[in-house]
Design a protein around this ligand. Sequence first.
Ligand code: M6R
Length: 326
Amino acid sequence: EKCGYSHFMLKEIMEQPEAVRKTISPRLVNREIVLEELNDAKELMKNISRIYIVACGSAYHVGMVGKYAWEKLLHIPVEACLASEFRYSEPLLGESSLVIVISQSGETLDSMAALREAKRKGSKVLSIVNVMGSSIARESDYVLYTWAGPEIAVATTKAYTTQMVLLLMLGNYLTKQLNRIEQDEYAAIIRELQSLPEKISVILNNLEHYQKTAANYFNHNSIFYIGRNLDYALGLEGSLKLKEKSLSNIVEVKSRGAEVIALTTELTVNQIGSQASEMFVIPKTHLLLQPVLGVIPLQLFAYYVALNRGCDIDKPRNLAKSVTVE
Ligand code: M6R
């Protein structure tokens, strides 16, 4: 079942080009994003002045990316909420709020409870789910499936990337339908969406680099991931400023004795390279799609560090694949 891989996690990491392709291609028709599941986007978005993206764990991290991307695309307030907090935080629900629930399993209890609360208070719920016919899928007003296939390892990889790509597609679809995006920008995003599977493969072709880096760092007591929100600024100057800030962060942690592994795109290799001990380089893509590629090196690094440390990779201690109890 592991098809020659030592763990499901690595198998599932390697399946990402295909999982992302299956999630994207049926929804790209003649250079347009087509989401038949929604029938009429204008109907869905009618009266919507606020969006909540609700999820747990990694799916919540996808929601955090969604918040930044969607606010830029749709120009309406978007909040990413942890499902376990959602129903206790008095969200502004009702007809003018749309609630997006993201869940691989479609069975996470907190996400389910948030969905029910949203519907009870009159909001429409659209879910992004991997398991067909799951509870969350059944109770939602609209469902978009990620076509990642079964994910066995507790640590999510291909479900995460497909959730991310689908959420970003949905944001672009809505902004196009609502005429809130320039045609050139939309066309550029479509082109980059099409090339994502290939670019993920490029990263996955270099497993030895992650293997070696992990072997050098696996016995460190702490690893800190440092970064600024998302490099979403569209203007050159804004982008340059963010990069300069990131650079000074690197210099700062280095001067305090830390070693630095930088995750960067081809564009900034030279600037970053001189400051970092190691680099994970991802191919250049549209800014909004960068997180889809950026997560792949982090998955591989985590996998090989865990391997070196002799961890139980597919079933980490005290963790369940989906949390269906409170
Ligand atoms: O099935 P779900 O997407 O609703 O699960 C949510 C979280 O439990 C899940 O993303 C968890 O954080 C991951 N397994 C961690 O890799």
